[in-house]
Ligand binder design. Structure first.
Ligand code: 7RM
Length: 637
């Protein structure tokens, strides 16, 4: 179904998808089970913006994962779960078993008064219950919002408040490498900061550490499941009913709740999964992302399960208990498609080839990359040493907002080129525009990446604030969805993503707004003002460089080192450890324009250690501060 088999086939499908998008997507949607078929495929305009797919179609996405497939492959493994500790046994969960666990938990949620349209926060580690929780929400029509379990209490509380969540699903603790992380106490702290919308907390037992349970509010997952039926009739959803909200960073301090709906997201994640990875029945597919990111949603849970695939879920980290763990897991479970992030590749590359030596990796057929631009060296290392020169590397470009992969090679079909995401998937119409929004046609051009026609898994809105969605994505260049990424189209028409052109940084594949980190730094009582920029980092892709103006050090009774550490800890507390600045520079001023805008361009140059082309700084309000910053950063005059 819907599978492309050759490069000619790809061009043919692409043509069809552009000439008649509605007929094209309708034929993909025909593969699914709709309780009621749609009246119209698409209605859209980018002014509001509005995009509606499969209008008046009725369905439930979990019915398409389970009921549609149970007769043909109820016994097939849906999820292989590999725990953090390799000595703990892996779990193999069949489609039938997963179906029963999802139905049972759907009954549990309903018994707790959670109904269609309610928001449910999921703050769980990488255990099968995370997938069960998402699917159970989808089954009853509740809107899930997964928050990465490494985020802080403040970050969790902000998200709970923003969507007025009614329940939180969490665990007692979380194993990560040699650490045990308290998860429940973070939830408790978050709830003490939020405004009472949460009535129910369901706690999954993982580490069995001692935790406190609030009577009436907190319940054990396993206790609620006792006696709950394993049968459940799925709620009927409209194609445009919300499936989930996922918070992501933008260029302002406040994360946005990106909204995805049911029908379009379902067919696009399925279609892109099958074609990009060229998944065949019986293959074992492994994506190393966390379910807290969009990659985990679309390509651990929904896409693979809709395609009847076996998807591996890994609880641990790449280097525990040794830097060969990924390769060990690939051999152990005979993984055929492996999908990870450049930051992980670079981190493992730093250990050399030794950790690879004990493993065959002969099951591998396809390697994937996602999350940030992959540098040529990492691409080659991945291709030559992990793929042993015989596995195509699919460099998949997409975003939380796009819901699924938009630009990528199809494995074994599209000829690859290191660092290139290559060509758009069928149905995707990328355009490159200059700063004024003029479309740059033809090959060998560089500019800002936009998309000019809707696709089924496009974001519909930002939760509770449609105007923000319009402003952020549809107002910069009229008539286009603006991605925020710079891009080059080369002489072959291949796309190479150059990275963000806005104030968003990408640290180890995690997206962060510079303003978000600044706000966190500013929470420290001695901080007056701060400015954050990204700088090239060997492993993380980008590191975080913070310029901070503080109260007079002498009055603070602290050494510079102590103050810097406090600032770093503040960020860790407010956002989470992933947002910790790599470098903090205490300065007396920040370079500003006359209108008071911080000149980040200068700060970026200093952070890179390259001040040869600072440009004209004479228009600055305070040009003298640039010399001070250069000196403090250790750049010779
Ligand atoms: C899937 C995901 C989105 C941003 C995006 C880009 C960057 C993602 C690639 C990439 C170059 C890639 N969603 N990005 N994939 N850059 N090549 N293959 O990562 O919302 O968290 O981030 O990530 O800048 O705009 S995300």
């Amino acid at each position: 179904m819907s599978r492309i088999h050759s490069l000619g086939g790809y061009f043919h499908e692409y043509q069809k998808s552009v000439q008649n998008p509605e007929a094209f997507w309708a034929s993909v949607a025909d593969n699914f089970y709709w309780r009621k078929k749609w009246d119209k495929v698409l209605e859209w305009n980018f002014e509001e913006p509005k995009a509606e797919w499969f209008i008046n179609g009725k369905l439930n996405i979990t019915e398409n994962i389970f009921e549609r497939q149970l007769f043909t492959h109820g016994d097939r493994t849906a999820i292989i779960w590999e725990p953090n500790d390799p000595n703990e046994p892996a779990e193999h969960i069949s489609y039938r078993e997963l179906y029963e666990r999802v139905c049972q938990f759907a009954n549990v949620l309903q018994a707790k008064g959670i109904a269609k349209g309610d928001r449910v926060m999921i703050y769980l580690p990488m255990i099968p219950e995370a997938a069960v929780a998402m699917l159970a929400c989808a089954r009853i029509g509740a809107i899930h919002s997964v928050v990465f379990a490494g985020f802080s209490a403040t970050a969790l509380a902000d998200r709970i408040k923003d969507c007025q969540a009614k329940a939180v699903l969490t665990s007692d603790g979380n194993y990560r490498g040699n650490k045990t992380i308290e998860v429940k106490s973070v939830v408790d702290e978050a709830l003490s900061m939020s405004d009472g919308s949460v009535e129910t907390v369901i706690v999954c037992q993982r580490t069995k550490q001692a935790i406190s349970m609030t009577a009436g509010r907190d319940h054990w997952w396993h206790e609620l499941c006792q006696g709950a039926s394993i049968e459940h009739k799925a709620e009927e959803m409209d194609s445009e009913d919300m499936l989930f909200i996922l918070y992501t960073s933008g260029s302002t301090g406040k994360p946005k709740g990106v909204v995805h709906t049911t029908g379009g997201y379902m067919i696009y994640t399925y279609y892109s999964f099958k074609n990009v990875f060229q998944y065949n029945p019986g293959d074992v597919y492994w994506c190393t992302a966390d379910v807290g990111w969009i990659t985990g949603h679309s390509y651990i849970v929904y896409g693979p399960l809709l395609a009847g695939a076996t998807t591996l879920m890994f609880e641990g980290v790449p280097t525990y208990p040794h830097p060969g763990r990924f390769w060990e897991v690939i051999d152990k479970h005979q993984v055929n498609q492996f999908y990870t992030a450049p930051t992980a590749i670079r981190a493992l590359q730093a250990f050399g080839l030794e950790p690879l030596q004990d493993y065959k990796l002969s099951s591998l057929k396809t390697l994937g990359s996602v999350g940030e631009p992959i540098n040529e060296e990492a691409w080659r290392w991945y291709h030559d040493h992990v793929g042993k020169d015989r596995c195509p590397v699919v460099d998949t470009w997409w975003q939380t907002e796009t819901g699924g992969i938009l630009i990528s090679p199809l494995s074994g079909i599209t000829p690859t080129k290191p660092t290139y995401a290559t060509l758009p998937l069928p149905g995707i119409q990328p355009v490159i525009v200059d700063a004024e929004g003029n479309e740059l046609k033809g090959n060998s051009v560089e500019g800002n990446l936009c998309i000019k026609f809707p696709w089924p898994s496009m974001l519909r809105t930002t939760y509770g604030d449609h105007e923000r969605c319009r402003q952020t994505y549809f107002a910069t260049y009229k008539g286009y969805y603006f991605t925020g990424d710079g891009v080059k189209r080369d002489e072959d028409g291949y796309y190479r993503i150059l990275g963000r052109v806005d104030d968003v940084i990408n640290v180890s594949g995690h997206r962060m707004g510079t303003a978000e980190v600044e706000n966190a730094i500013n929470e420290h009582p001695l901080v007056i003002e701060s400015a954050v920029v990204g700088f090239p980092h060997e492993i993380k892709g980008q590191g975080i460089y913070a310029y901070v103006i503080c109260e007079d050090l002498e009055k603070t009774q602290r050494t510079e080192e102590v103050l810097k550490k406090e600032i770093i800890d503040t960020v860790s507390k407010i956002i989470g450890p992933i947002a910790k600045p790599d470098k903090v520079l205490l300065v007396s001023g920040l370079p500003k324009t006359r209108s008071g805008k911080i000149m980040r361009r200068i700060l970026r140059k200093v952070a890179e250690g390259d001040v040869s082309s600072l440009g004209d700084i004479s228009t600055l309000l305070n040009p003298e501060v640039v010399e001070e910053i250069k000196t403090k950063a250790g750049i010779p005059a």
